[in-house]
Design a binder for this molecule. Sequence first.
Ligand SMILES: [Zn+2]
Length: 123
Amino acid sequence: MKKCLNCEMTIEGRSDKIFCDDYCKSSFHYKKKQGKEKSLFETIDKQLKLNRKLLKSFNKAGKAIVRKEEILKEGFNPKYFTHFWKNKKGDVYLFCYKFGFLSKAENGKSKYVLVKWQEYMNG
Ligand SMILES: [Zn+2]
């Protein structure tokens, strides 16, 4: 005996069926898709929150410079950010919520300049 993948009712008749009807079939695929999107959202959300936490803890004074590897080894992922801000020089700061970072090479070492979101950045 086979059971419908969606509602788990026993399927009568043809043995190659995996859903009892079209409704169950589309409902199953819909839920599967929703699940995927939800877990993708959760992954992004989790990484953004970790990024914010790290940027905050490395930037207690409101401005700081850290070595890239130092923050990366804690789990920071620069591909995840909520928005960005460009200064007059054309440097693009990426932000995770209120905490921003700018990639920079200094004396041959890769660093991040950490900043906090300021009121004037809105303009
Ligand atoms: Zn069913």
